[in-house]
Design a protein around this ligand. Sequence first.
Ligand code: FAD
Length: 400
Amino acid sequence: MAKPQAIEKPVDVLIIGGGIYGCGVAQAAAASGYSVILVEKNSIASGTSRQSTKLIHGGLRYLAQGNLQLVHAALSERETLLNIAPDLVQRQWFYIPIYENARHSPWLIGSGLLLYWLLARGRSHFRRIPRRQWSTALPGLNYNGLRTVLAYQDAATDDTALTRAVAASAQSFGCGILQNHGLQRAEYTGRYDDKYWQVDFDSGASCRARILINASGPWMGETCQNILAHIPEMPHRLVQGSHLLLDRPCPAYIYTESSDGRVMFFRPWRRRMLVGTTETELAAMPQKPTPTQTEINAILDTHNHYFPDTRCTNVDILNTYCGVRVLPCGDSTAFAANRETVILADNEKRPAYIGIYGGKLTTYRREAEKVVHLISRSIPTKHRADTRRIMLPVTDVSLG
Ligand SMILES: Cc1cc2nc3c(=O)[nH]c(=O)nc-3n(C[C@H](O)[C@H](O)[C@H](O)COP(=O)(O)OP(=O)(O)OC[C@H]3O[C@@H](n4cnc5c(N)ncnc54)[C@H](O)[C@@H]3O)c2cc1C
C-alpha cells in the first residue's frame, strides 16, 4: 500500500517518538478527546523503552539520595500499574545480600526498607531471610562473608510489551500511529489565532498540528534542531546503561552493588539471567548504542563476585541491551543525578510546543497526565480522561 503523502485534516496534537512517554501522552490525550497522531522513526518501543532494567519501582537508590517525593510518586504509580496492567506488571520479592565489607549496615538498609514500606502505604513488605533459607532462596550465591539477607517487594515488567500496550490503548481511542516516520522538519506557521505546525517526515508524508510534543528521548537534541521555531531546550547529557543476558538461570531478583558502589540488579529474563546496569557518559547519541568492553567486564566481574561457582566470560553472553538516559547537566555523577522528568513548554499558559526530558518508565502515566493538562490550556476539553482507570491488556494488535 502506498504511504500517505499528506494527512489532510489538521490534528490537535502531534507526538514525536513512540517510547513510553510518547505513547503515554498519546493515550492520555486521545482518551481525553483530542485528535492525535504519533510518529515513530522506527517501531514502537525501539529506543530506551526496550532497553531498561524492566522494573516498575520506587527506586531504593533514590531513597538514599533523599528524593522522597520521587520515590513516593513512583511507588504510587507502581500500584496503579499493578492494577491496570496485571498481565504486564507483577509484584516480586527482591533480595539484598549484605556482606561484612558492605558500605551500608543491615540496620541502615533495614531502616530504608521501613521508609520504603511507609512511602508505599504498607504495600512493600520486607523481611530478613533466615540463614537456613539462604541456599533455597539464593542458590549459588557467594555466602563468603555474607552477614545477612534482606528482602523487599517491588515490581517487574516487560518494558517493550508495556509500551506497546499503551500504544494499542492510544490507538483504541482513535490515535493514529505512524511507524517508520521520522520527523524531518517542523515549522510553526500561520497567522494570529490560526497558527499551526507544518511537519514533514522522512517518509515523504506531511501533516499539520496545533500542538507539537517532542518525546524523542535521547534523540531530543537532534529533533530540536529540526524544529524551526523558538522552543525551550534543557541542557542535558546522555548516559548509557548496559545489561548482559547471561546463559545462566537466575534464582531471584537480586539488588546488589558493583565494586564502585553502583546499583546492579540480577533479574530473571526469558529463563536466563539479566544483569545491569552501568553508567557511561556519551559525547553524542550513537546510531546504535552498544556496550563497551569496559562495561561488559564490569558486569561480568559483578556476576563473578556474587556467583563465583558459575563464573561467566564473554562466551556466556547471549545478548546485550544498551539504553541511553537523558539527565540534566550538572556537577553530580550520573549515578547521583536527578532522575525526575522535566517537561518544558514554550508558553506555560498556552503552549504550542512541549518537550519531555528524562524520567522513569514507572512514572510515564503521571507525567503524561501533566502534559495533557498543559495541552488543555491551549485546547480546552470537556472530559480529561483518568488513565488510572484504563486497563492495559497485552496486545498483539498491529500498531500503525
Ligand atoms: C539502562 C537503563 C535502565 C533503566 N531502567 C529503568 C527501570 O528499570 N525502571 C524505570 O522505571 N525506568 C528505567 N529507566 C528509565 C526509562 O527506561 C526511560 O525513562 C524511558 O524508557 C524513556 O522513554 P522515552 O519515551 O522518553 O524515550 P525512548 O524510549 O527512547 O523513546 C523515544 C522514541 O523517539 C523516537 N524518535 C527519536 N527521534 C525521532 C524522530 N525524529 N522522529 C520520530 N521518532 C523519533 C525513537 O526511535 C524512540 O523510539 C532506565 C533507563 C536506562 C537508560
